[in-house]
Each structure stands twice: as C-alpha cells, then as structure tokens.
Design a protein around this ligand. Structure first.
Ligand code: G3P
Length: 250
C-alpha cells in the first residue's frame, strides 16, 4: 500500500523566524500516523527547519536544485548542498519554474537524475495549461512530461518518485479540478509509468494532486484510488490549515 503524502509548497513565502514559528505550531499535530507530511520551503529556511524537524516525522524538502554538483552557476543550489543540509525531498519541474525559469523537460530529467544521485526524493510536477485542457491535450501533455521526467531511471528509482499532477489553471486560482477528473488523469499517468516499466513499479509510485487543495476538499481527492496525496501551496502556509490537510489525508 502507498503511504499518503501531503506536501506543502511554500513557494517564496516565509522568513527563517516565520518558518520556525510555523514548525513550533505544527510539531506533534501534523504528525499523523499513516500519513507522511512534508514541508518544501525556501532555501534560506532549510537549515532551521531541518534542525526543528529532528526527532519528528515531518520531512523537509527544497523547491528546486541545480543538476550539476558544483561549478560556476551563480545563484544556484545543488543536490550536494541539499543532501548536506539533511533535506529529504525536492520539488522538480513545478509549472512556475517551467514558465518563469525556462525549465524544459530535458532539464527536469537532469534534475531528477541529480536528485537520485544525492539520495533526495524528487516530487516531479506535471500538468497542462488551460488552453491545452480546452484543446483536450491534458493526457498527451502529461504523458510527454512524465516520460521525459522518468527517462534513464531504473525501475527501483522510478518506484521512489513522487509525481504531482498540477493542472496549471487550478494553481492558486481557487478553481480546483474535480476529484473525478484528477483521478482520471492520475490513473492515466500511472498507466504511462506502467508502460515505461511494469504494473508493480507503477503501483508503487505515489501520485499527488495539486491545485487549490484546501482542508475542505483534501479528503475528496485522497478518497480516489489513484490519488496518494496533495501538493499544496496557499493552504499549507498557515499551521492550522496544514494540520487539517494532514488530518484530512488519514
Ligand atoms: O505546488 C503547489 C501549488 O502549485 C498549488 O498551489 O496555492 O493552488 O495550492 P495552490
């Protein structure tokens, strides 16, 4: 059975003191048996959060990494550095990075490989734009992005990947996909992975839904047989809301 995973993606929010205060509030309460809780936070807050999370079941993740280990890449952070901090997860290929920082499918794949090289678990984002959805290209877009992200991974690595299906039109808009629609696309993504590997590998992969997930709709998504969790932006920023999201995944 796949363990449900609720990951907060804080995006570019919270200073070190705000992050630390958040953690004090959620400690103990966002630790729910049978659910994995993850906070993917800005780089600057990671050392403090990793320290605060010691001895708890809450995992800490980054929101990006560079695919090279080191070098002349001003402003970048590598997998070596994240591993050194004690970070467990890293979000890769979020649609905001694809849109604003020119991340291609090829770069996403290099980053996924870099994550594995350094023992980090990638949370790989895929999802269609509104115009692609309207042109009925949702599944073909997700297939291309999924196949590219998994290229070169062994079956054992593939089984460890967390995929986040985030329809772009649902991010931060309050317009969430229906649970049935999300289930349909996520089941399709699982089939794509089965086609790349085999059914056992595909059945091991955890696939989240992301896009305007809130405490009041999280259970609906988690109630679908192929949806194993949520990647949450806005609603992960407040302690009470984050706790409710994790509770809702039980
Ligand atoms: O990565 C999570 C995200 O893009 C969804 O954001 O604010 O719609 O939950 P939000």
């Amino acid at each position: 059975m796949r363990t449900p995973i609720i990951a907060g993606n804080w995006k570019m929010f919270k200073t070190v003191s705000e992050a630390t205060a958040f953690f004090v509030d959620v400690k103990g309460k966002a630790e729910v048996s049978g659910v994995e809780a993850v906070i993917c936070a800005p780089f600057t807050t990671l050392p403090a959060l990793v320290e605060a999370a010691q001895g708890t079941s809450i995992a800490i993740g980054a929101q990006n990494l560079h695919f090279e280990d080191n070098g002349a890449f001003t402003g970048e952070i590598s997998g070596v550095m994240l591993k050194d901090l004690g970070v467990k997860y890293v979000i890769i290929g979020h649609s905001e990075r694809r849109a604003y920082f020119a991340e291609t499918d090829e770069i996403v794949n290099k980053k996924v490989q870099a994550a594995f090289k350094h023992g980090l678990t990638p949370i790989v984002c895929v999802g269609e734009k509104l115009e692609e959805r309207e042109a009925e290209q949702t599944k073909s877009v997700c297939q291309v992005q999924t196949e590219a992200a998994f290229a070169g991974l062994s079956a054992a690595q593939a089984a460890e990947v967390v995929v986040a299906y985030e329809p772009i039109w649902a991010i931060g808009t309050g317009k969430s996909s229906t649970a049935a629609d999300a289930e349909d696309v996520i089941a399709f993504i699982r089939d794509v992975i089965a086609g790349l590997y085999d059914a056992a590998t595909a059945n091991a992969v955890r696939i989240q839904y992301g896009g305007s997930v809130k405490p009041n709709n999280v259970s609906e998504y988690l109630g679908q047989s192929n949806i194993d969790g949520a990647l949450v932006g806005g609603a992960s920023l407040e302690p009470a809301s984050f706790i409710a999201l994790v509770e809702g995944a039980k």
